[in-house]
Design a protein around this ligand. Structure first.
Ligand code: 5GP
Length: 114
């Protein structure tokens, strides 16, 4: 059996995280190395490694996560705007193989990202 990812261990409460939101389908917690004044990771509780691994019937889950992101942005005071990023696989800069959205805000974002 493959080893649990760090995010699965957070879901299973084996390691602590600064959780800002949780429901049956997903959770959100602060990034341990924030790249902006607000940097929250939103993850599904279902183990999905990457965007490439999404199944067609994950569509409702993903839609739900976007509503959670919208609500969190409001709650975290990001009225000026924010950025949502998903890195996909090593070439896309993904380090943790458990699907996650980065919600970044609280500073002006530059474009293009590196
Ligand atoms: P990725 O590069 O996979 O898109 O992003 C992984 C993110 O997870 C990074 O921004 C990294 O700082 C964050 N991270 C890695 N390990 C932990 C951890 O144990 N706790 C938290 N809260 N964030 C983590």
């Amino acid at each position: 059996m493959s080893e649990k990812t760090i995010f699965k261990r957070i879901i299973d409460q084996e390691i602590p995280a600064d959780v800002v939101y949780e429901d049956d389908l997903c959770m959100a917690f602060k990034d341990i190395v924030p790249k902006a004044p607000v940097h929250v990771l939103i993850i599904p509780k279902k183990e999905i490694a990457t965007v490439d691994d999404l199944a067609d019937d994950d569509a409702a889950l993903i839609g739900h996560m976007w509503i959670v992101i919208r609500n969190l942005a409001r709650e975290l005071g990001l009225e000026e705007g924010y950025r949502v990023i998903v890195n996909c696989k090593e070439g896309g800069g993904q380090e943790v193989p458990h699907l996650h959205y980065h919600l970044l805000g609280g500073r002006k974002m530059s474009w293009p990202p590196g």
